[in-house]
Design a protein around this ligand. Structure first.
Ligand code: M1P
Length: 224
């Protein structure tokens, strides 16, 4: 059983509950379990526990471009090596240009976060508080802020994918580096069935590609 993190195992960027941890431990006695999420491993450890590498047989931070099996790092692939400094510059410049033209009720800091295997772009800025995050999320739901940014970016970067997974940001990575990337690793394990559970399974959501993949039995969830 393979799980998305935010909105599936936990509320967005929140800690896992004891009930969920108990459920996962019991489940692990029956099937092998893993998670795949856009966030980096540090953020996922904050949410799922420092020892989540032990709890889950498979951890796929950054959509599986970072791969941990039985608590051992197997692989970690670099976005910058793949796209190069110039293309990354182009992306940062264009994103800042688009965001500079948007007025929001609040803007904070850390608008563009470079991770190992992706870039995370946030119109309000990742350093917003939990309350500001909720406010932005509601504002975005009504005003399509992130969807409009994605549509603008798509016009200039057809080699990159822009994906909305959480509440305040957009993940950006080379085409093919969506959550289906983790199947490159899981295929080698020869599973008879892989069930995936995620909340963002609609088109444009960051679970869409893996949910619809032919090797996957997909399940949409509405909350942890
Ligand atoms: O796991 C889903 C998303 O979680 C965070 O999104 P946000 O901060 O917008 O709620 C980010 O870490 C994002 O990369 C990730 O896809």
């Amino acid at each position: 059983f393979l799980f998305d993190v935010d909105g599936t195992l936990t509320l967005s960027r929140q800690m896992v509950t004891v009930t969920m941890l108990t459920f996962l431990r019991e489940l692990k006695n029956k099937v092998r379990i893993g998670f795949v999420g856009g966030s980096d491993f540090k953020k996922q450890q904050e949410q799922l526990g420092e020892d989540c590498g032990e709890l889950f047989n498979y951890c796929f931070p950054e959509n599986g471009l970072h791969y941990i099996k039985n608590n051992k790092l197997i692989e970690s692939i670099s976005y910058l090596d793949k796209v190069g400094e110039q293309r990354h510059n182009d992306l940062v410049n264009k994103s800042m240009e688009i965001m500079s033209k948007i007025n929001l009720p609040k803007k904070r800091g850390n608008f563009i976060e470079l991770r190992k295997s992706m870039v995370n772009i946030s119109p309000i800025g990742r350093s917003c508080t939990q309350e500001e995050r909720k406010e932005f999320s509601e504002y975005d739901r009504i005003n399509d802020i992130r969807i409009n940014i994605v549509n603008e970016l798509k016009k200039c970067f057809n080699d990159l994918t822009f994906s909305i997974g959480g509440e305040i940001s957009i993940d950006c990575f080379p085409n093919g580096w969506d959550k289906t990337y983790c199947l490159n690793h899981l295929r080698k394990e020869n599973f008879k069935e892989i069930h995936f559970f995620g909340d963002m399974t609609h088109e444009g959501g960051n679970d869409y590609e893996i949910f619809n993949h032919k090797e996957i039995i997909g399940h949409t969830v509405t909350s942890p």
